[in-house]
Design a protein around this ligand. Structure first.
Ligand SMILES: *Cc1c(COP(=O)(O)O)cnc(C)c1O
Length: 368
């Protein structure tokens, strides 16, 4: 069968290996397997979310409230934005896809960092748009600006902080770039600020904090993306959101499929947003545990990228090979992310619980 020719240029997204697959392949006990490959919350989710899901289970037969007003109004309050300035997606992933469909065509150019979230490129290629990447792997906003001037892209993706590397550009620099882009494109270039890990970055360093309300007050051509999958521990519920001025939100709404978020997911996200204690606990533990990985890397002379997220990336050098290391860990039931497919010899480890990290560090100790 012949398919859309754009498919020939698309590599299938490789998600972190599921625990079930590792159990089957290596004959391990499910309890022995730890998954630190997809930046999920190792502390689970808020206990009140679990209660809420149970309490709402009987609603499964009915379609969800497609206006999603309960969640939108909570996000509205949380961020101090207008009601029409928010759209919900099945993960912020879905909002990325909507942005591409709303703005890009086959002749578009899409600008992003040398190494960044893989879905930007995958969705760009669905449209057949041309992807432009900065020469630097990490975000270098000078390069972004030069390439913007040269190519006049329809969309610029800034991942703040960046996945899978973990670095984070400062809010001030982002605003400076945005001012140039808005002015020089006459507001025509859409800038996507992916804030999937913003809660982590803001906690560690307030100079990295991007406030969506302030952002859209200043710029008409920007959309901020947030997700419940990371700090809120709802990866399995698939809820994300976009915050932008009404004009952008309305365009995305036209493309949204009805009932794209489940009733239980909407209810869970509403409750998750209110549990500040759970979030604070996650943030505090995350950075305390991250310190252990940094100390390990320092003691072994391994390069790591200072991280503003819930993962840390080790950049390896000969004779160490990320594929070999990931494979060896996998056999012991430890799933981490091999970044070889991004063209670098590096591994990305989601920061786990204290016990999980102890196991990972012990295993790494034997390898390097
Ligand atoms: C995890 C992640 C997302 C979105 O995750 P969803 O589960 O689809 O909400 C978006 N951007 C980045 C950079 C991420 O790491």
């Amino acid at each position: 069968m012949r398919f859309n020719e754009e498919l020939a240029h698309i590599a299938t997204y490789q998600a972190g290996k599921p625990i079930e697959e590792v159990v089957r392949t290596f004959g391990l006990d499910e309890k022995e397997v730890i998954k630190l490959a997809s930046n999920e919350n190792p502390y689970g989710t808020s206990p009140s979310v679990v209660e809420c899901i149970k309490a709402n289970a009987h609603k499964a037969a009915l379609y969800p409230d497609d206006s999603m007003c309960a969640l939108i109004s909570r996000l509205q309050r949380h961020y101090g934005i207008g009601y029409g300035q928010c759209i919900i997606g099945a993960g912020s992933d879905q909002i990325i896809e909507l942005c591409l469909h709303a703005k890009a065509t086959k002749s578009s150019k899409i600008l992003m960092a040398g190494i960044t979230f893989a879905m930007y490129e995958i969705y760009a290629k669905h449209i057949g748009a041309q992807v432009i990447k900065t020469p630097s792997k990490e975000h270098n906003l000078t390069e972004f600006y030069e390439l913007f001037r040269q190519h006049k892209p329809d969309i610029v993706f800034l991942c703040v902080p960046n996945n899978p590397l973990g670095e984070c550009v400062g809010a001030k620099e982002v605003y400076e770039l945005l001012a140039h882009i808005e002015q020089e494109s006459c507001g025509e270039t859409l800038v996507v600020i992916d804030g999937a890990y913003q809660e982590f970055a803001s906690y560690k360093d307030s100079s990295k904090h991007i406030d969506p309300r302030d952002l859209i007050q200043h710029f008409a051509n920007v959309i901020y993306l947030g997700t419940f999958s990371k700090v809120y521990g709802l990866g399995g519920m698939r809820v994300g959101y976009g915050i932008a001025r009404e004009e952008i939100v309305q365009a995305l709404f036209k493309l949204r499929a009805p009932f794209n978020i489940t009733t239980l997911s909407l209810a869970a996200a509403c409750v998750a947003l209110e549990d500040i204690e759970f979030m604070q606990h996650t943030l505090k533990e995350n950075f305390a545990q991250m310190r252990r990985y940094e100390e390990f890397a320092e003691s072994k002379g391994i390069e790591y990228i200072p991280s503003y997220t819930n993962f840390i990336t080790f950049v390896l050098e000969n004779p160490y090979n990320s594929s070999v290391i990931c494979d060896t860990l996998l056999r012991q039931g430890i799933i981490v992310r091999n970044l070889a497919s991004y063209g670098i010899n590096a591994i990305r480890i989601t920061i786990g619980t204290q016990e999980q990290n102890s196991r990972v560090l012990l295993a790494l100790q034997e390898l390097v």
